[in-house]
Design a protein around this ligand. Structure first.
Ligand SMILES: Cc1cc2nc3c(=O)[nH]c(=O)nc-3n(C[C@H](O)[C@H](O)[C@H](O)COP(=O)(O)OP(=O)(O)OC[C@H]3O[C@@H](n4cnc5c(N)ncnc54)[C@H](O)[C@@H]3O)c2cc1C
Length: 307
């Protein structure tokens, strides 16, 4: 007899929303995350585009979502899921901590994405010591200092606007031009201590023990530039957090989970939701919508199992 009706892996916006819908469908729910509930929004200064909310601090929104799960008594635990096993009507969720194993009738995979790295030889040396992927976590260290942001998409531009309010100078180095929302791009361009270098390839992070700068080369003219800086923030895209699913056949060539419009994967009883699935728009509102659909489908599946 399975211990749970549904285990939700990942407590970001999609996983938390799935847990709310599952609890309201009277399912026995377990919500797991290797970190504090909230997912990527915890480390985001301002969340935009969530209907009816306007602009909200990411950690505040995460806390509100978690509170909502607790009003419905959703069971939450800190666990890193390393494997999912399908045994037909029962699935096993295996965790890293103490090799803990849970049994469940259904699983919802909501493990989101993580920031991509440039993989330059000098990058590892300065990881967490000059190079960061989280402006909210590490931005304050660079108050009145010189900072470079790498990337030109929505995350890069939004986090640059946040950093520009703290640092002495901000240089943006990007492979193409800025590709974020036009309103955000205009706001960033209007800031007087911000300089943008479009169409550049980053070649090297300079410095021996301490990061001293970034060297890059124009993809149009071949001209090389080195900008001195105290810190670098990389926002060059995301990759799915789905390593624990390799060899399951559930992933596409880029590691995203393949689902249909009901959030069903190729394995009956296993659903996926949010940023980790194959989709075009990765935002809080779409993650929550996927989570709601996945939970509703999982509850119908359990009803069918129970006859
Ligand atoms: C800098 C930045 C700014 C953004 N700004 C906005 C914005 O303004 N508006 C907007 O709508 N969206 C914004 N987004 C996008 C938004 O944050 C995501 O779309 C949303 O968080 C996706 O939710 P999710 O639940 O699918 O995944 P995530 O938020 O990525 O959550 C996944 C969770 O799964 C957990 N997890 C992963 N692997 C495991 C495992 N093996 N075991 C256990 N737990 C695991 C992680 O710890 C994490 O908590 C922004 C994103 C970034 C990075």
């Amino acid at each position: 007899m399975a211990q749970y009706d549904v285990i939700i892996v990942g407590a970001g916006p999609s996983g938390m929303t799935a847990s709310i819908y599952a609890a309201r469908a009277n399912m026995k729910v377990l919500l797991l995350d290797k970190l504090a509930p909230g997912g990527q929004i915890i480390n985001t200064n301002e969340i935009q585009n969530y209907t009816g909310v306007g602009t909200i601090n990411g950690a505040e929104l995460a806390y509100k979502m978690y509170e909502h799960t607790q009003e419905l008594n959703v069971e939450f635990d800190y666990r890193t899921v390393v494997k999912i096993e399908d045994h037909g009507e029962e699935k096993t969720v295996i965790c890293e901590e103490d090799n803990m194993q849970y049994t469940t009738k259904t699983v919802i995979l909501a493990t989101g994405t993580k920031q991509r790295c440039l993989n330059l030889p000098t990058e590892e040396k300065f990881r967490g010591n000059g190079i960061s992927w989280c402006a909210i976590c590490d931005g304050a260290q660079y108050r009145d200092k010189d900072v470079v942001v790498i990337g030109g998409g929505n995350s890069a531009v939004e986090e640059s606007i946040f950093l520009a309010g703290i640092v002495k100078s901000l240089t943006i180095v990007t492979m193409f031009d800025l590709t974020a929302d036009p309103i955000a791009c205009d706001k960033l361009r209007a800031m007087d201590h911000v300089k943008i270098y479009p169409y550049q390839d980053v070649l090297e992070f300079t410095g021996d023990d301490k990061l001293t700068g970034v060297r890059f080369k124009s993809t149009k003219t071949g001209e090389e530039t080195t900008v001195p800086c105290d810190g670098v923030f990389e926002y060059i895209g995301l990759m799915p957090t789905t390593e624990y699913l390799k060899d399951t056949g559930l992933l596409n060539d880029y590691g995203y989970i393949k689902v249909n419009e009901r959030m069903e994967t190729a394995i009956p009883g296993i659903y996926a939701a949010g940023d980790c699935i194959v989709k075009n728009l990765r935002q809080v509102i779409t993650a929550c919508a996927d989570g709601a659909i996945a939970a509703q489908e999982a509850s119908h599946y359990v009803e069918r199992l129970n006859g």
